[in-house]
Design a protein around this ligand. Structure first.
Ligand code: SIN
Length: 550
């Protein structure tokens, strides 16, 4: 039996916890907020899988590769699309009630898919339906274990990852901040990170405020290899009201069109697929149109779909519109791009294994290579389900080699020098000798302006200089909010440094000074902290902390 610490309770973390429990491991599941609080809960469009007779795995693979703009790892894409249908069937077994009509499960079309293959639940409440079913499944496992007097799975809510514990190159647990405000160390044979993305890095995001990239930041500080962090996906259509709720791509899939402030469609002149062009193209086109019309949002006209369809197929968006005083059955609604999904993250192989033995990453925290430079719509829930399942299967093989991601494997690897980018704040605590404490909303504004939909070398270089002058609170003393802001600062520096280094435009990364893709740069870029491979990381709080075996 292996002691497994799962961090995060979105789709990836919950599947990992259920699978690992069923496989006989002893599981501790920790999550920063309540069990059901996660980015998964906000997913609208659905989950893509080649499940229908007019579809094929090959077609799904091709669509994914095409959207990924030359940066996908074909092996990861193949695993994703081949194993996706089985994982969707698992979700159905776990109680997810996908929408149906008289002919069976219904499906939608989303941008850059050559077929309708996106399953949805509760209309546009797919993520919420999946989260609810998986939370119930995990709780059922925990209750059953408890009733039998066992502790095969224990759940700790409001418990945040502070840092990973690394002993001679192997991850042996994590330091956590509990609801009582005290830090403690959990010892584990394997840690599965499922902490999601970092939309909170940007002023405008479709993500909940808890999406602060804690797992990527901690893995980076622990010396794990990360990859492709410059690729942050901006969803084209968030409702342009406070909170920027998502307006699913499925609305355009049903026929809604984008209009300028003078009421003209602008997408048909830009791409043959118009509103259903790949997500990065639509987001950039909207941003350009907004600039051309003085910053005003563009309009999404869904009036042609009719009130009944809008209210039954998209109840979540209908409610968001109503809350903002908009009736989208009667009038076009204002929309604008917002940070949505991080393609980059902790580098893993197709088994969720990171470069650090003992550490796995699944879901948005991971960079499997399945999304390349631009994720295909509705492949994110699928990726979390497929690779969480695989990571647990990999636990059965303790001799399985963790990937090296080093130069010898022919990859483009950079050892980031902290002297250049001053990325060390999170590990060595604050260095208030110079500069100023980081302010989260100023950081978000800087990232939005310099590392958002449109980027330039000058803007990124200015942002890098500004970020160097900010410092975060000592992690040993920090509150949840301060830990999150410190993580965002580390990640902001990483993204800006990576975006500066990629002197081309590709997928979600677009630079005004390098507006074209450069074929010689069509490869992922891996990086890790210099001189870290053999260093033992002792959490700053270890002397005061209690070691608990999970
Ligand atoms: C959407 O519903 O448009 C979001 C789906 C996704 O991000 O894959």
């Amino acid at each position: 039996m292996t002691r497994v610490l799962v961090v995060g309770s979105g789709l990836g973390g919950l599947i990992a916890a259920v699978r690992a429990t069923d496989a006989g491991h002893r599981v501790t599941l920790v999550t920063k907020a309540a069990l059901s609080d996660s980015n998964t809960r906000y997913a609208q469009g659905g989950i893509a899988a080649a499940l229908f007779p007019d579809d094929s795995t090959d077609a799904h693979i091709l669509d994914t590769l095409r959207a990924g703009a030359g940066l996908c790892d074909p092996a990861a894409v193949t695993v994703l699309c081949e194993e996706g249908p089985a994982r969707v069937r698992d979700l159905i077994r776990f109680g997810v009630d996908f929408d149906r009509d008289e002919s069976g499960i219904t499906r939608g079309l989303e941008a850059a898919h050559s077929r309708s293959r996106v399953l949805h639940a509760g209309g546009d409440a797919t993520g919420a339906a999946i989260e609810a079913a998986l939370v119930a499944t995990v709780q059922e496992r925990a209750n059953r274990a408890h009733a039998q007097g066992g502790d095969q799975i224990t759940i700790h809510e409001h418990t945040m990852l502070v840092d990973l514990v690394v002993d001679t190159g192997r991850v042996t647990g994590a330091t956590l901040l509990g609801p009582n405000g005290a830090q403690h160390t959990v010892v584990a044979d394997a840690v599965i990170l499922a902490t999601g993305g970092a939309g909170a890095l940007y002023t405008h995001t479709t993500n909940p405020a808890i999406a602060t990239g804690d797992g990527v930041a901690a893995a980076w500080r622990a010396g794990a290899t990360i990859a492709d962090v410059e690729f942050y996906q901006f969803h084209p259509t968030a409702l342009a009201v406070p909170g920027t709720p998502l307006v699913s791509e499925a609305v355009r899939g049903e026929g809604a069109v984008l209009l300028s402030s003078t009421g003209e469609r602008f997408m048909p002149a830009i791409h043959p697929d118009a509103e259903l062009a790949p997500r990065d193209i639509v987001a950039r086109s909207i941003a350009a149109q907004m600039t051309a019309q003085g910053g005003d949002p563009v309009m999404l006209d869904a009036t042609g779909l009719g009130r009944e369809l809008l209210e039954t197929r998209f109840p979540t968006i209908t409610a968001a519109c109503l809350a903002a005083g908009l009736d989208w059955a009667l009038e076009p609604i204002p929309v604008a791009p917002a940070a949505h999904y991080w393609m980059g993250g902790v580098a893993t192989d197709v088994w969720g294994r990171t470069s650090l033995p003992g550490l796995f990453a699944v879901g948005e925290v991971a960079r499997t290579g399945a999304h390349g430079a631009n994720r295909l719509a509705s492949n994110s829930l699928l990726e979390a389900a497929v690779f969480a399942d695989r990571a647990v299967r990999a636990l059965a093989d303790p001799t399985g080699r963790h990937p090296l991601f080093d130069d010898a494997t022919g990859l483009d690897v950079a050892d980031t020098d902290f002297a250049d980018t001053d990325l060390d704040s999170g590990l060595d605590a604050s260095s208030p000798s110079a500069g100023m404490p980081v302010d989260r909303s100023t950081l978000q504004g800087l990232m939005w302006e310099a590392a958002g939909v449109h980027r330039s070398g000058a803007g990124l270089a200015g942002a890098a200089a500004t970020l160097t002058g900010w410092w975060a609170v000592d992690r040993a003393e920090a509150s949840v909010d301060e830990l999150e802001t410190g993580n965002l600062l580390d990640l902001g520096r990483l993204i800006v440094a990576a975006a500066l280094a990629r002197e081309e435009s590709r997928g979600a990364h677009h630079r005004a000074d390098f507006p074209d893709s450069r074929p010689e740069l069509a490869r992922p870029r891996f990086s890790r902290r210099r001189e870290f491979a053999t260093r033992t990381l002792v959490p700053a709080s270890s002397s005061a902390s209690e070691a608990i075996a999970c």
